[in-house]
Design a protein. Structure first.
Length: 204
């Protein structure tokens, strides 16, 4: 019985996030009301407040859903990386970028970034920061794996190199979400070019 209740709870939670993501994308984050999300998810407004205190909590939950999915795929890249350091980094970072608009629009990313910057000590801000840390750590893990496979110089500071690659990705991603005209292929091409230059300096 408890197992069935947990499944129902998880399904209800998924419906809420799916409804919120859809309405945020269609109407803009600011215009959407909690009762509209409840109606779209076919739950009561009170049920949403059982899970989330406000719209910001819903938004960070969608960001977390996005990041956790790319982290799971990233583990597969680290376990079986392509046969060159450039291709391995491109596979990992490329997945981050390609998946970035699956649940969120550029407007939603801008809103999430603004809240995390304005309220760094809030649960939203701390969760957002923790997700960034997890992504950066995964890039560092890939660099260490590439060193172990002798694709990169073992003298390289894997943590520093991974952090530089992630920070560069993050900086370019911010520019991407700020510019509606910029496409995913354009962002990927920029990152591929920049990361290739970094990696070539650490070839064995």
């Amino acid at each position: 019985m408890s197992g069935l209740r947990e499944k129902q709870k998880a399904h209800r939670h998924d419906r809420i996030l799916e409804a919120a993501a859809g309405l945020f994308r269609e109407n803009g984050y600011e215009a959407v009301r909690i009762d509209s999300i409840a109606a779209a998810a076919e739950v009561s407004t009170g049920t949403i407040y059982n899970y989330y205190q406000n719209k910001g909590d819903l938004l960070v939950a969608i960001v977390a859903l996005e990041v956790n999915e790319v982290l799971r795929y990233g583990e597969q890249v680290i376990a079986r990386p392509p046969q060159s350091a450039e291709k391995a980094v491109d596979a990992l970072i490329g997945n981050y970028i390609e998946h970035s608009l699956h649940y969120l629009s550029k407007e939603m990313w801008r809103q999430a970034m603004a809240i995390s910057t304005q309220q760094p000590g809030s649960p939203f801000g701390e969760t957002y920061a923790a997700l960034d840390v997890a992504l950066a750590r995964q890039v560092c893990d890939l660099i260490e794996k590439l060193q172990a496979l002798e694709m990169l110089n073992p003298l390289a500071d894997a943590r520093a190199l991974g952090e530089v690659i992630f920070n560069n990705t993050n900086m370019n991603f911010i520019a991407f979400v700020k510019t509606e005209e910029m496409s995913v292929p354009e962002l990927r091409a920029t990152l591929r070019r920049q990361h290739r230059a970094l990696i070539q300096g650490w070839k064995p």
